[in-house]
Design a protein around this ligand. Structure first.
Ligand code: ATP
Length: 239
């Protein structure tokens, strides 16, 4: 049996008295796009933060067979885990180029390696290349999301965790971003995709989980989830 790239088992995450994630189990195989859908406050962001090491958690948390507990955020990044938060966390007053360079900060890289990573990101996002000297706060919403993705790619992740990449974007731009995400998978980057836009998430993923009040309510192949009457009624506008 092959080792899962990400394996989460009976995971619990609390904020003081608030149990935000309650016994969640999920797994992601290398090369997969796995989506987590669910309403506001279900615990999706909390789950990603725990996987990244930004919040303490209890339970099973393994990446490529290695226990993540005890590894700090930087060590998780070095192993190939990367999170693009919902807030994007760009530095508005810095240029596109400077924001991209910050994505590689955890590793001491040679100039040649940095240059080749930058070229790869510019190749994927020609619009970022055109705007490389522009301040990040002058970009459109879609371009900001591209910059957030590009910055994450500077750390050459094996697993990219995306928190609501479609948030605040027009439908056409959402499609563009998700097609970029599917393209990344073809290059061997696995994706854990958290979305409130259930339709777009299920269309773009292999497998899906529905998270409700901190627990997995349903899971399955994305296509079967999309045709599940419960998912249709609650998340797909009645189908
Ligand atoms: P959203 O899509 O709105 O971000 P979510 O599914 O990502 O929702 P979380 O943000 O993970 O949900 O929140 C899960 C639960 O934990 C909610 O009840 C929320 O109120 C609570 N929570 C989140 N952050 C904190 C915090 N810093 N302190 C206390 N409770 C929190």
């Amino acid at each position: 049996m092959s080792t899962a790239m990400l394996e989460i088992g009976d995971l619990h995450v609390s904020y003081g008295q608030v149990d935000a994630v309650r016994g969640v189990s999920l797994s992601l195989q290398a090369g997969q796009i796995v989506s987590i859908i669910g309403p506001n406050g279900a615990g999706k962001t909390t789950l990603l933060a725990a996987a990244m090491g930004l919040l303490p958690s209890k339970g099973r948390l393994r990446f490529a067979g290695e226990d993540l507990h005890g590894l700090d955020v930087e060590s998780r990044v070095e192993r190939g885990l990367c999170l693009v938060p919902e807030t994007r966390e760009l530095f508005g007053e810095l240029t596109v180029l400077d924001n991209l360079m910050l994505g590689a900060y955890t590793k001491r890289l040679s100039r040649v390696t940095l240059r080749s990573r930058l070229d790869a990101v510019y190749g994927r996002f020609p619009r970022l290349a055109e705007r490389r000297t522009q301040r990040a706060d002058t970009l459109s919403g879609g371009e900001r999301q591209m910059l957030a993705l590009g910055r994450a790619l500077m750390s050459t992740p094996r697993l990219l965790m995306l928190d609501e990449p479609s948030l605040g974007l027009a439908p056409l731009i959402v499609q563009e971003i998700l097609s970029i995400v599917r393209g990344l998978r073809k290059e061997g980057v696995s994706i854990l995709l958290v979305e409130q836009n259930a339709r777009a998430a299920l269309e773009s993923s292999d497998h899906g989980y529905v998270l409700e009040t901190g627990e997995i309510a349903l899971s399955g192949e994305s296509a079967s989830l999309a045709s599940d009457p419960r998912v249709q009624a609650t998340y797909l506008g009645g189908g």
